[in-house]
Design a protein around this ligand. Structure first.
Ligand code: NAD
Ligand code: ZN
Length: 349
């Protein structure tokens, strides 16, 4: 069982008890919590712990934690003894609906995120909603961004459910939450099943990630959570789609309203340089052969991948998008929530 220190504190004993009851010998590896554990050095330590624990071809690695543990332990499982079984036990909302499904595993390099890794499908993904009770609120909200994303690109009925049942879902009502998490995971599995290696359909999962990744890179990882950056990125992608005529007018406003309802930001809080964002986007792996590749919305519930979005359109749109989010403008309103509420009301019109 590989987990991080925080998850170990909350849930380690209970999980170990259940596993030991099965009669299997179990050993536990605990890594520090946080993105920095997705490193080559940490992976090498894990390999050695696995070897010392007597790991053999019949062993199974259980990744108990968020996406960091899932990616790291997943890559360890893919590589130790040329690959052993993996079971993902996600403990964050993001991991339940996104990172535990699809088989991407890996670590970061000083040169960039997720640069080394392997495709290694888990034997099973076991998502127990009780884990979410100890998850900090901000981490939970960040996970909602991927849920909204999935509905926006693939499932209008799910989108409507998110609008309708927002209150129950945010309050963690088990039945509605289980239904939504299972649906989002199923959609990801279906999309990945059709295109495991991301040569086509899987790309739609990157909706909101082109600008989202750039914001993370420019802000420095850690300042904004991934889901927060993706939330902002989705609103921009919807606005860009509207400007380019791919997305019906009003879609970005509706998307922003839903994201705000789930407690997510829809504009950067601090000023960001458009030039640096554009440079970061140009460096991103997700680049088409002839221009920036963007995932846009054809309508709510359906995405389309456009390979040749002119850089001028992105630059222009970005200028407009960011103009609404400088700190100068922000200071005019009392708090971010009141500003967000105003924006939300405005978007509803
Ligand atoms: N493989 C993929 O397809 C894929 C997809 C999306 C993201 N990712 C990766 O996932 C990572 C982000 O995952 P994440 O958002 O789950 O972050 P994370 O794994 O860092 O978890 C966030 C924080 O919550 C804590 N935590 C986790 N579960 C908890 C619980 N139940 N109670 C209390 N605290 C808990 C963790 O210790 C950590 O401090 C990134 O590295 C990203 O690259 C991978
Ligand atoms: Zn994401």
């Amino acid at each position: 069982v590989v987990t991080d220190a925080r998850v170990a504190r909350h849930h380690g004993p209970a999980v170990l008890k259940v596993l030991r009851r099965s009669g299997c010998p179990v050993s536990l590896s605990v890594v520090p919590a946080g993105e920095r554990s997705k490193s080559a050095a940490r992976l090498a330590l894990l390999w050695r712990e696995m070897a010392l624990a007597g790991c053999d071809r019949s062993s199974c690695i259980v990744a108990l934690g968020g996406g960091v543990v899932g990616d790291l332990a997943g890559f360890a499982a893919a590589s130790i003894l040329r690959g052993v079984d993996l079971v993902q036990v996600p403990t964050t909302l993001l991991a339940m609906v996104d990172s535990s499904v699809g088989g991407k595993t890996g670590i970061n390099l000083p040169e960039g995120k997720n640069l080394a890794g392997a495709f290694h499908q888990p034997r099973a993904v076991v998502a127990d909603l009780d884990f979410l009770r100890t998850l900090p609120g901000r981490e939970l909200r960040s996970g909602w961004a991927e849920v909204v994303k999935t509905a926006a690109i693939r499932d209008l009925a799910l989108w409507r459910r998110l609008e309708r049942e927002g209150h129950a879902l945010r309050a963690g009502s088990p039945a509605p939450l289980a239904r939504v998490i299972a649906r989002v995971a199923a959609i990801k599995a279906e999309v990945v099943g059709a295109d495991e290696r991301e040569t086509g359909l899987r790309r739609i999962l990157n909706f909101g990630h082109t600008l989202g990744h750039a914001i993370e890179a420019v802000h420095g990882y850690g300042r904004l959570l991934h889901g927060e950056a993706v939330s902002i990125g989705m609103v921009f992608a919807a606005e860009l789609g509207e400007a380019l005529g791919h997305t019906p007018a009003g879609t970005a406003a509706r998307l922003a309203a839903l994201l705000l309802a789930y407690g997510l930001p829809v504009r950067p809080a601090a000023p960001l340089s458009p030039a640096r964002l554009l440079a970061a986007m140009a460096r991103d792996k997700k680049r088409g052969p002839s221009g920036l590749r963007w995932v846009l919305l054809r309508r709510l519930g359906e995405a389309v991948v456009i390979d040749r979005v002119p850089e001028s359109a992105v630059r222009h749109g970005l200028g407009r998008f960011l103009a609404g989010s400088t700190s100068r403008k922000r200071r005019k309103t009392s708090t971010s929530t009141s500003r967000e509420r105003e924006e939300g009301e405005h978007e509803h019109e």
